[in-house]
Design a protein around this ligand. Structure first.
Ligand SMILES: NC(=O)c1ccc[n+]([C@@H]2O[C@H](COP(=O)([O-])OP(=O)(O)OC[C@H]3O[C@@H](n4cnc5c(N)ncnc54)[C@H](OP(=O)(O)O)[C@@H]3O)[C@@H](O)[C@H]2O)c1
Length: 321
């Protein structure tokens, strides 16, 4: 099979696309022919081994998994002798934020890994692009009791997390104000945002509106700067710990008074994300934003593009076309 390989933590230029042995499924494993995967910010962090704390899980001195990739959409090609959950020919997708070796033409996974069927109306590209950003987005709003009729501001609405979050919140009946670049305005309207603010022209922290939630999906704001945007019991959630890691300890302090609060969205429960996204995708209520597609042979270029921080939504790798 063909795979994107690196043996050390490195920059995108260090990835090589090589021929390696196709894994054979063990008794409880399935072999999947991969049709699409993404290059996302999680892949970028695992490639570089940064932040360093991540190496406790991905390998201290060098990556445990030589093949890159955290998500996939494909077809079950073969099953082990004791597999009961999946059949050859089934269309499946999945995600693991610690790595799946899915930047390859084939992967072998335990039948009970984070895998779900792909709804009939969803393409491989769409499924792959509904995993990483959507998982982190879902882990923003599942930390709070959102209710139809509330309002939210999403800062960084053009990213993989932000574009998923806008659609997920709209599906829950919230009024959404999206903050992002002008070029993205038309896409945001299509995805359902009620209001749009160009972050280069307007300081969104000075808006007169007040929100039940401020979600920073690009990790470039602070609670201090956004506090005035919140209603008296409003909640602030950011994808990043903040310049002094304050978003990690502010939840304890701000949780005491009953007023404006900070919550840090530690992600968990990938199977729940796959289930929720399958419901939204099959009902046509979620359409992942796809920026560019690259063939597996150009995966290094795909990583370089993601490293710019300029992608809009998702960058998809097409495999086995
Ligand atoms: N450490 C990890 O494993 C990990 C994993 C996933 C996500 N994250 C974090 O989650 C955050 C978002 O990730 P993502 O994958 O959704 O990002 P992404 O897809 O790379 O999002 C980048 C988008 O944000 C826009 N943007 C940049 N600066 C902005 C600003 N100041 N205001 C509003 N929009 C701005 C960019 O537009 P322009 O091109 O116009 O600048 C671009 O469209 C990041 O903080 C990332 O570090 C971390």
């Amino acid at each position: 099979m063909t795979a994107a390989i690196r043996t050390q933590y490195c920059e995108p230029e260090g990835i090589q696309v090589q021929e390696v042995n196709t894994p054979a499924p063990g008794p409880k494993e399935i072999l999947i022919r991969v049709h699409a995967s993404t290059v996302n910010r999680t892949d970028m962090a695992i490639l570089r081994g940064k932040p360093y704390i991540m190496r406790l899980f991905t390998g201290l001195s060098k990556p445990k998994l030589p093949i890159t990739g955290t998500d996939f959409a494909g077809v079950v090609e073969a099953t082990g002798s004791e597999v009961t959950l999946w059949q050859p020919g089934e269309r499946v997708w999945g995600f693991n934020d610690l790595g799946l070796c899915s930047h390859a033409t084939h992967i072998c996974l335990h039948e009970a890994a984070n895998i779900a069927s792909i709804p009939d109306n969803v393409s491989f590209l769409e499924a792959a692009a509904s995993a990483e950003g959507a998982h982190y987005a879902l882990n923003f709003y599942n930390k709070v009791n959102i209710a139809s009729g509330q309002n939210a501001l999403v800062y960084g609405a053009s990213g993989a997390i932000g574009s998923a979050l806008v659609q997920q919140l709209k599906a829950q009946g919230l009024e959404v104000t999206a903050v992002g670049p002008t070029e993205y305005m038309e896409s945001m309207k299509t995805l359902g945002a009620d209001h749009w603010v160009d972050f280069r022209k307007t300081d969104f922290t000075r808006l007169s509106a007040r929100f039940d939630y401020v979600f920073d999906a690009v990790g470039k704001s602070t609670f201090g700067a956004c506090k005035r945007l919140l209603k008296p019991k409003g909640i602030y959630i950011s994808s990043e710990p903040g310049p002094w890691a304050q978003h990690l300890f502010l939840p304890m302090i701000t949780g005491i008074g009953g007023g404006k609060r900070v919550i840090f969205p530690f992600p968990s429960d990938i199977p729940a994300t796959l289930g929720t996204m399958n419901t939204l995708l099959s009902q046509g209520r979620f359409h992942p934003l796809i920026d560019r597609t690259f063939p597996l042979e150009q995966i290094s270029e795909a990583f370089q593009y993601v490293a710019t921080g300029k992608k809009m939504g998702n960058v998809v790798i097409q495999i086995n076309r």
